[in-house]
Design a protein around this ligand. Sequence first.
Ligand SMILES: Cc1cc2nc3c(=O)[nH]c(=O)nc-3n(C[C@H](O)[C@H](O)[C@H](O)COP(=O)(O)OP(=O)(O)OC[C@H]3O[C@@H](n4cnc5c(N)ncnc54)[C@H](O)[C@@H]3O)c2cc1C
Length: 380
Amino acid sequence: MTEHILIVGGGTGGTVLANRLAEKLAPEIDSGDVQVTMVTDNEDHVYKPTFLYVPFGKKTTADARRPVRELVDRRVDITYDRVTDVDTDGQRLSLADGRPLDYDHLTLAMGVELVPDEVPGLQEGGHHFYGADGAEQLQEALAEFTEGHLVLSVIGVPHMCPAAPVEFTLMADDWLRKRGVREDVEITYTYPIQRAHGIQSVADWATDQFEERDVNVETFFNADEVDPEEKVLHTMEGNELDFDLLVGIPPHTGSDLVTDAGLGDGGWVDVDKHTLEATAADDVYAIGDVADVPTSKAGSVAHYEAGVVADRIASNARGQVPTATYEGKTVCFIEAGMDEATFIEFNFGDEPTVRPASKPVHWAKLGYNESYWLTARGLL
Ligand SMILES: Cc1cc2nc3c(=O)[nH]c(=O)nc-3n(C[C@H](O)[C@H](O)[C@H](O)COP(=O)(O)OP(=O)(O)OC[C@H]3O[C@@H](n4cnc5c(N)ncnc54)[C@H](O)[C@@H]3O)c2cc1C
């Protein structure tokens, strides 16, 4: 009997997992003992880190997309459809076209949903760079922006790539300086908790950088309404902040599928942080942003988690006891301007060291972004 391995999602986690499984289980797939299927609702794979560079005209949104089929091993079947239901008792998914899909091993890698509507006025009054359309609109707004108050507000945690809002703010500072208009622009960065970033050492580093560059910082700042006419940001704490250009990182949520299947709260799958197995169902894993794991929602996390889950599923498929575990490995390049960057790396419970920013690390970040397409294919 053929053993069915299903993966939901064709982003970073789903693609790396599919390719790792194809490599590890090649003989079993070729003999028909195992079938690996990816279900994704987008024919393109989207590499979101590209969006950081779009507002500054350094990349286009087309640079962020490649057809999933080009990236995924031919041994893996791909179904382009939206999963509408997960039945963990019956080990079956429902697709939008009505077809059911049975599984023996399921991995959920659906990423996050942006929910700007949760903040009244944010859609109308704010910009962001967390999606393709938003990044393009922000590029137009920034190109025309030569004076006034630029506010970068992180609205809610968790959010993808915790470093990206800090990076955007430091890049905007440098970009405006290089255009000769920085003196006419006031910049404010706001963050919802009591420091500038969730990780203490990154918060300390960012706070120093902001001070050096004359960027205002507001912490414990939880925006709950935007007045697009008056250009005012209101907070739960009763504060107000005027802006001329607002870059508001929209609130994020997990997937309704997760909540409906009883796999976790808020759309995040409750998993064992080492095995990545769902706590509420057998033979279900979650990786990447949709998994409730105590580290950053980052592509590097999805990538390392995918390697662990591929090992575990391959062991199961061969009747062996799985031993691979995830220890929280997270790697993150942080742009400190338009041509300098730093880099952090940590495991669960570690406090990363933030080294001084340099040009070579910036080039390494750009180089990684180019070679990402090989990484996703499993070639690096
Ligand atoms: C501006 C920006 C900059 C970033 N920079 C970095 C960085 O420098 N380094 C880093 O490590 N990370 C970075 N990230 C974060 C990184 O992009 C994400 O953490 C990563 O994409 C998560 O991978 P994933 O596989 O969990 O989800 P995704 O890559 O989002 O993939 C989810 C997939 O699931 C599919 N899907 C969703 N729902 C369904 C459904 N119901 N049925 C079928 N398919 C479905 C989607 O179409 C998509 O293919 C950045 C993110 C942003 C927005």
